[in-house]
Ligand binder design. Structure first.
Ligand code: GRF
Length: 195
């Protein structure tokens, strides 16, 4: 059984897709051992609790500086003894120490076709705003391993999604989630759990 820890900052629809996929057998040979958030109010933590998964908050606000927070974050992750760490809308840059400790064992979902619309500043709705501004006709989502950079690690899966006339960032975000993110992330976890 692959021990999977999920890190989240927000609503957690991707987390929900993972929980559902474990329940309905789309993901096999994996168990969710904990959900960690930097944000105590993240609805994702409620989703974890409601599904009997340990929900942990490690907020930078509770620590004197970034270094101490980073160490606390790594401590919490280590306590879960994960084989795989899944970043599902986690808005904190993963400390280098953690990247090295979990080399090729951290994956992230990004709501564009990397290398388009990624890197610093490209998160949440900003990604879709940029895609619409550029006028691309196709966007999508990418699951990739996490390295020291921002959205630069080895690509695992990508899925294209059409941009339609009249799309707003919100409408496009929803389509990318429904057609790509919520499928791609469970598929990547299942692939890693069964390889
Ligand atoms: C998703 O768009 C994901 O690709 C990005 O952050 C968003 C998280 O949404 N990294 P949710 O919290 O899973 O609903």
């Amino acid at each position: 059984m692959l021990r999977v820890a999920v890190m989240v900052s927000g609503g957690g629809t991707n987390l929900q897709a993972i929980i559902d996929a474990v329940k309905d057998g789309t993901i096999t040979n994996a168990e969710l051992v904990g959900v960690i958030s930097n944000n105590a109010d993240a609805y994702a933590l409620t989703r974890a609790r409601e599904n009997g998964i340990e929900a942990i908050c490690v907020s930078p606000k509770d620590y004197e500086n970034r270094e101490i927070f980073n160490d606390a974050l790594l401590d919490k992750v280590n306590e879960l003894k994960p084989d795989l760490i899944v970043l599902a809308g986690f808005l904190v840059k993963i400390p280098e120490k953690m990247v090295h400790a979990y080399s090729h064992r951290i994956i992230n979902i990004h709501p564009s076709l990397i290398p388009s619309f990624c890197g610093v500043g490209f998160y949440g709705l900003h990604v879709h705003e940029a895609a619409l501004k550029k006028g691309v006709k196709v966007t999508g989502a990418t699951v990739h391993y996490v390295d020291e950079g921002m959205d630069t690690g080895e690509i695992i899966y990508q899925k294209a999604v059409e941009v339609l006339d009249g799309d707003t960032p919100e409408v496009l975000q929803r389509r990318v989630m429904e057609q790509a993110e919520w499928k791609l992330l469970p598929a990547a976890i299942n692939m890693i759990a069964n390889k």
